[in-house]
Design a protein around this ligand. Structure first.
Ligand code: PXP
Length: 236
C-alpha cells in the first residue's frame, strides 16, 4: 500500500505565527526522501493553511505526485489549470469546518461536475473524488468521469465501538470492490493513524492511503527530543 502525505498541518503551524517557518514545501521534500509516493495539499477558499505560493512551489519541487485537494469552484479550477498538479481531489468545503467532514455530494451536482472534471482531464490531470463509503456514490463517480475515488475513512477512524468499526470497514470494502470492478483506482484517507491503518490491509483494492494529521503529530514527538537537545547544546 502506498502513502501520500498531506502537508497542510505544517502550513497550519506556520500560519499560527504568520511566519515563514515551518515551510510545507521543505516538508514535502522530506516526506519524499522518507518514502512517500505522493504529496497532498488542500488549497482552501480561506487559505487557512496552504496558500497560493505553496501550491506553486510544491508543483516545482514535488517529484513523486502532487495531489491538489480543492473544492469544485471556478476559482480553484483556474488555479488547477495553471498549476497542473498530477492529480486533483475534489472535496466538499465548508468555511466553518475544522477539516473535511464528509464526502462529496455528487448526485446533487452531477452535470456540472461532469463538465468540471472533463476540463481538468483535458490538461492530463487525473481527477479523484472524495466520497463516503456508500454504494450509491460509485455509479455517480463513474457517471461524472472520475479516474479515482478516495474513500472517506473518517467514520471508520472515529468509531467508538468494535462493532461500528467492523461495520464501517465492511462498507469501505464493499465500495472499494465495486469501484475497482468498474475500473476506478481506489485510495482512502481521513483520520488514519499508526493504529487503525492495519485493517485496511484486508482490502487489497485500496492502492494508497492519504495521511496528514497523524504523521505530523508524530513528527512533533519523534523530533522534539532532538530539537530540545540541539538548543541545549547551543545554550551550553
Ligand atoms: N484525504 C482528504 C480528502 C482530506 O481532506 C484529508 C484531510 O485534510 C486527508 C485525506 C487526511 O486526513 P488526516 O489529516 O486526518 O490524515
Amino acid at each position: 500500500m502506498k502513502l501520500a502525505v498531506n502537508v497542510d498541518h505544517i502550513a497550519t503551524i506556520r500560519e499560527a505565527r504568520g511566519e515563514i517557518e515551518p515551510d510545507p514545501v521543505i516538508a514535502a521534500g522530506i516526506c519524499e526522501l522518507a518514502g512517500a509516493e505522493g504529496i497532498v495539499c488542500h488549497l482552501r477558499e480561506d487559505r487557512r493553511h496552504i496558500n497560493d505560493r505553496d501550491v506553486r512551489l510544491l508543483r516545482e519541487v514535488v517529484k513523486t505526485k502532487l495531489d491538489l485537494e480543492m473544492a469544485a469552484t471556478e476559482e480553484m479550477l483556474k488555479i488547477a489549470l495553471e498549476i497542473i498538479p498530477d492529480l486533483v481531489t475534489l472535496v466538499p468545503e465548508k468555511r466553518q469546518e475544522l477539516t473535511t467532514e464528509g464526502g462529496l455530494n455528487i448526485s446533487a451536482d452531477k452535470s456540472r461536475l461532469k463538465d468540471y472534471i472533463k476540463e481538468i482531464q483535458q490538461k492530463d490531470i487525473l481527477v479523484s473524488v472524495f466520497i463516503d463509503p456508500e454504494p450509491s456514490t460509485i455509479d455517480d463517480a463513474v457517471e461524472i468521469g472520475a479516474d479515482i475515488i478516495e474513500i472517506h475513512t473518517g467514520k471508520f477512524a472515529n468509531s467508538l465501538t468494535r462493532k461500528e468499526q467492523i461495520d464501517e470497514l465492511s462498507k469501505i470494502g464493499t465500495i472499494a470492490r465495486m469501484a475497482s470492478e468498474l475500473g476506478l483506482v481506489v485510495v482512502a484517507g481521513h483520520g488514519l493513524n499508526y493504529n487503525n491503518v492495519f485493517p485496511l490491509f484486508n482490502i487489497p483494492e485500496i492502492e494508497e492511503v492519504s495521511i496528514g494529521h497523524a504523521i505530523i503529530s508524530r513528527a512533533v514527538f519523534v523530533g522534539l527530543h532532538k530539537a530540545v537537545e540541539e538548543m541545549v547544546r547551543i545554550l551550553e
